[in-house]
Design a protein around this ligand. Structure first.
Ligand SMILES: [Zn+2]
Length: 266
């Protein structure tokens, strides 16, 4: 359990760090809330949030500590974005605190953290060779970041295609099979053609879990990119910007319209 403490304001909450693999543990990185924050009228104080940050990292061996791949590190940052959303929420009610917000906004804090995970000024704060203590070379981080952009356009196209498909599946009844719809939309929105006699939509659980809200991935990515560019690209470790981001976005949880927050309205 890790306490989240602010330099001057004190204790903010607790993160239960369940980082390592074990038998029967779901192999999916995630964040969930044990106790949400809320204003307690009786005591006039804030009920501190308690959340879990769950990963499936390999255990250290006799020869080496746990070493994270860039993907594992990015996931850790991503889930930490969700956890800090819960930590920094200061809402009146528990059901709208932290990540309990509009789906359109839910992935903004976590995707924003992925930008931090790809920035040398941030990565150089902690990434060291475990034996020599050498920091990660700047050129290596630059190459890694460049490699993430490979097929970026195709990836965005794919997300648009998924989002459209999800909208149609959940709109008015269609007198045709989900596979026929898939075929039509894939040909219309995605560069690669549909493969006959396949029906992957039946295995893509997000089309059910998100139920017409799959587009929020793209929406969150766009907003996170805007926040990164406007507030952090100049100086990712800027204290004032961090406080502003906390005050104007994270503190509100789901108690304020995301659009109002994005536009910076009071
Ligand atoms: Zn997420």
């Amino acid at each position: 359990m890790t306490a989240v403490v602010h330099e001057t304001e004190g204790l903010f909450g607790y993160i239960y760090c369940d980082f390592f693999q074990r038998q029967n543990k779901p192999h999916q990185d995630c964040h969930f809330t044990i106790r949400g924050g809320r204003w307690l009228q009786e005591t006039g104080q804030y009920q501190l949030p308690v959340v879990v940050l769950m990963l499936s990292l390999p255990h250290p061996t006799q020869r080496a500590p746990t070493l994270l791949t860039p993907g594992m590190m990015e996931n850790l940052f991503h889930e930490m974005g969700h956890a800090m959303h819960s930590m920094l929420g200061r809402t009146r009610y528990q059901h709208v605190t932290g990540t309990r917000c509009a789906t359109d906004f839910a992935e903004v804090p976590s995707i924003l953290m992925e930008y931090f995970a790809s920035d040398y000024r941030v990565v150089s704060q902690f990434a060291r060779h475990y034996e020599t203590g050498q920091p990660l070379p700047k050129s290596m981080v630059a190459r890694l970041c460049e490699s993430k952009k490979v097929c970026g356009a195709a990836d965005t196209q794919l997300q648009i295609f998924y989002a459209v498909l999800d909208q149609i599946y959940h709109s008015q009844p269609q007198n045709r099979s989900t596979t026929e719809i898939l075929q039509e939309m894939q040909n219309k929105f995605y560069g690669l053609p549909y493969t006959p006699n396949t029906a992957w939509q039946q295995r893509f659980s997000h089309l059910i879990g998100y139920g017409a809200k799959y587009y929020s991935y793209l929406m969150s990515r766009a907003v996170a990119s805007m926040v990164w560019k406007q507030c952090f690209v100049q100086d990712p470790l800027n204290r004032e910007m961090g406080e502003r981001y906390r005050r104007e976005m994270l503190a509100h949880g789901g108690a304020k319209e995301p659009m109002q927050m994005v536009e910076g309205n009071e």
